[in-house]
Write a protein that binds this ligand. Structure first.
Ligand SMILES: Nc1nc2c(ncn2[C@@H]2O[C@@H]3COP(=O)(O)O[C@H]4[C@@H](O)[C@H](n5cnc6c(=O)[nH]c(N)nc65)O[C@@H]4COP(=O)(O)O[C@H]3[C@H]2O)c(=O)[nH]1
Length: 760
């Protein structure tokens, strides 16, 4: 029984080995199949094997990507799969055959051993007598044959399976690639569509937030009904979208239908083309605004028939206003709104052309206000502007519609007065202008009585072109000025020379200070009792590089008129103070410096400040400065003059009345003026030997002394004059007898020499 159990055990072990071999064999087929493009196929196959379960479970846990890459890596061809299958099959067959052979020979040996040990065996259990070894091995041969057959069949099966799999894999690959490609196309399409939608939304948003009005209307003539307007349209026009949608485009033109400026737009609509125009539009409230319109046709599918028009409307009201303002400013005077020089010239050209046709003369009237610079300087520029605006208004009122009133600048106005059939212009119109200007004008607390001088040039007699006519009218005006306030004068060719010279001088004077053409000379003033130099008068000199030395009498008045005397006077004051201080420091004693003040300087608001600053800057003591005023300056407005003088006195400076006796001084007023010195004018001194003048000089000296004023005589040229002055107690003198005005170095030399007046 033991032998039978052993045989059964051998059979079990062989069966187990065959089972394992079959499992490996099948796994091999699966691997080969997987290797040929079926990555997931091995899973169920391998899971049959208990020993492979962990691997299978673990594999299931691995990401597909790793598995796929594994199978790809062990990629084997179809023939290799078949060969592997065949090899495995043959190996297994050989193994089975060897096992069968071993079992048979072991069984035979055990049976014979059992029989030899005296046990009886059924005949069927004994090996047949005479049976050959081959006959005994038939079973093994069957195993061998079966194994070979199975191997071939398995190989054929694997070959067929793997071939089919590879075809399927190829087709699957191709389909997958096609699908992937289609998928890619689809993704691209979706992305493009999303992009298009996004950009459409963006464009829609842009139209919505646009600052310019956008209107979409149908292309159906003649209504071109509005289908859409953006919020900017509502904002600009005041119409709500609901109020205009469905309305005719033309209705937006407001009350003025069929306007010229809309022609281009209506033509563009009619001809279905682009068009643009600058037009006037009307808001819902009826107010007008300027806009630039662009109209463009919108076609179906890009090149189909025109289905709509889009109208973009830019509100250019601000630009138009700005342009009109610029245009106005280019041709008008900003302050008064009158025509400026450019427009005047234009109008003058036109008026001359009319005159040439009509034969009726044309007057060009140049107007200059009297004392305007005085107003400007004393009351300030705001007051000056008020005067100019008032005068402009008055000139406009005094002239006719056909006349032109222009302002050239400053206080200079020009009128163009064409003569018409009714007889104008004539002297009457000039009088009317004078009267209009002369109306009292209230400036703050002051009431002003303005006046003007006028010069008239007549076309065609006094000039053939605009510039000449204006220039000649200007010359005539200067002549009128010379006659005094409120005069007018017609141009005459004889006026030309003198006035042109003056005009030239004027323009030179404007730059003289900055070009350093001024310098000062000093004329010594001497004490008559001691004969010593006690002071000097600073006198302004203009040395022009081409015109040479220009006398103060030729330019001081001009500078005064032009208002230039203020900066020039400041310069004189500072320069003279600095020089006087320098001489004091050089040890020439406490010399007194006399400086002339002009009327305009005297009235200027910051005179006090200017004087104080000159003293502070130079270090000259106020007591050493004497300011020379003229009679006319102080007598013009006694109250105001007294106040100014008091302020100057408070600074500590000395005040003198220059040219005393020449004006209309009321001697009674003298006592009220806080002055220190009276200067006898040289005209009295020169004729001192005549009884009348001698009497005047004597009276002046005595009056001055009674008022405790010092008296200084100027223009002393002769010893007789000197003797007379000494005899009558005059305190000081200056004049050519002792010295002419001297340059700085000459004056220094005189001081060094210690020159003195000859004793009496
Ligand atoms: N025939 C003659 N003349 C003499 C004699 N002694 C002095 N003179 C002249 O008399 C003028 C005296 O100055 P003024 O009466 O203030 O008269 C001055 C003054 O009113 C004005 N002026 C001069 N410098 C200035 C200045 O800096 N500012 C202002 N506002 N006016 C000035 O110009 C006027 C004329 O000045 P100038 O031509 O320098 O003339 C000076 C001087 O040269 C003499 O013995 N005989």
């Amino acid at each position: 029984m033991k032998g039978v159990r052993t045989r059964a055990a051998i059979c079990r072990s062989v069966t187990q080995r065959l089972h394992s071999a079959a499992t490996i064999f099948l796994a091999g087929i699966a691997v080969c199949s997987a290797a040929n493009g079926r990555p997931r196929a091995p899973r169920p196959t391998v899971s049959h094997c208990q020993g492979c379960r962990i691997t299978d479970r673990r594999r299931r846990c691995l990401p597909d990507a790793i598995m796929q890459s594994f199978f790809k890596r062990i990629s084997i061809s179809v023939s290799t799969s078949a060969l592997i299958t065949l090899a495995v099959g043959l190996s297994l067959t050989a193994l089975c055959y060897a096992s069968a052979r071993q079992i048979e020979s072991e069984s035979t040996r055990l049976l014979l051993q059992y029989h030899a040990s005296g046990h009886t065996l059924r005949a069927a259990m004994l090996p047949a007598n005479g049976m050959s070894l081959d006959a005994n091995h038939r079973g093994s041969l069957y195993v061998l044959l079966g194994g070979l057959l199975s191997s071939l069949l398995a190989t054929a099966y694997v070959f067929q399976l793997v071939s089919r799999n590879s075809v399927i894999a190829r087709i699957t690959g191709e389909r997958t690639a096609a699908l992937q490609f289609a998928n890619l196309r689809l993704s691209e399409d979706i992305a493009a569509r999303m992009h298009t939608e996004k950009s459409l939304r963006l464009r829609e948003r842009i139209i919505e937030v646009s600052a310019n009005a956008i209107i979409l209307c149908s292309a159906d003539a003649p209504g071109y009904l509005i289908e859409y307007v953006n919020p900017a349209f509502e904002r600009i026009t005041g119409y709500a979208a609901g109020e205009v949608i469905g309305q005719r485009l033309e209705d937006l033109q407001g009350p003025e239908q069929g306007r010229q400026d809309m022609h281009e737009i209506t033509a563009a609509l009619r001809e279905q083309r682009e068009g643009k125009a600058i037009v006037r539009n009307f808001r819902k409230d009826g107010s007008c605004y300027w806009s630039e319109l662009f109209v463009a046709p919108v076609r179906d599918d890009g090149d189909g028939p025109v289905s709509h028009f889009v109208v973009a409307q830019y509100d250019i009201s601000t630009v138009m206003r700005f342009e009109q303002e610029l245009e106005f400013q280019a041709r008008h005077d900003i302050l008064t709104g009158l025509a400026n020089r450019a427009l005047l010239r234009e109008r003058l050209e036109q008026a001359m052309a009319v005159t040439r046709r009509s034969g009726l003369p044309l007057w060009v009237v140049f107007i200059d206000l009297d004392r305007f610079k005085f107003v400007n300087d004393t009351l300030g520029h705001d007051a000056g502007d008020t005067v100019l605006k008032n005068v402009a208004e008055r000139l406009r009122d005094a002239t006719r519609e056909v006349d032109t009133v222009a302002r050239l600048g400053g206080d200079e106005f020009v009128l163009l007065l064409p003569q018409h059939g009714n007889g104008e212009p004539g002297a009457a119109i000039l009088q009317r202008i004078q009267d209009a200007v002369a109306q009292p004008l209230q400036l703050g607390e002051y009431e002003f009585f303005l006046s003007c001088c006028m010069g008239v040039a007549v076309y065609p007699d006094d000039g053939q072109d605009a510039d000449t006519l204006i220039k000649h009218a200007d010359i005539a005006m200067y002549r009128a000025k010379e006659q005094g306030r409120g005069h007018w004068q017609f141009y005459a060719s004889s006026m030309n020379a003198g006035t042109l010279e003056r005009l030239g001088l004027e323009s030179e004077l404007r730059h003289a200070l900055e070009r350093g053409q001024f310098h000062l000379e000093y004329q010594p003033q001497l004490d008559l009792a001691s004969g010593k130099v006690v002071g000097m008068e600073a006198l302004l000199r203009w040395q022009h590089p081409q015109l040479g030395r220009i006398a103060p009498a030729s330019f001081i008045g001009l500078a005064e008129e032009m208002g230039l005397i203020i900066p020039i006077g400041d310069w004189v004051l500072r320069t003279a103070c600095a020089q006087a201080r320098a001489w004091q420091l050089a040890g020439h004693g406490p010399l007194r410096l006399a400086v002339n003040l002009s009327a305009r300087q005297f009235k200027q608001r910051n005179l006090l400040h200017a004087v104080a600053q000159a003293l502070a800057e130079t270090g000259l003591a106020a007591a050493h400065l004497e300011l020379e005023l003229t009679e006319s300056m102080v007598m013009h407005d006694v109250e105001q003059a007294t106040a100014i003088m008091a302020n100057l006195k408070a600074l500590g400076v000395q005040l003198s009345i220059d040219d005393f006796g020449t004006g209309y001084s009321s001697l009674a007023y003298l006592r009220h003026f806080p002055i220190d010195v009276l200067k006898i004018d040289k005209t009295f001194v020169s004729d001192i030997t005549h009884d009348d003048d001698a009497a005047i000089v004597r009276a002046i000296i005595s009056l001055a002394h009674s008022l405790r004023l010092k008296v200084i005589a100027e223009g002393v040229e002769t010893p007789q004059q000197l003797a007379f002055l000494r005899q009558h107690g005059c305190d000081q003198m200056q004049g050519y007898l002792f010295s002419r005005p001297l340059t700085v170095s000459a004056f220094e030399a005189l001081l060094h020499e210690g020159s003195m007046l000859a004793a009496a």
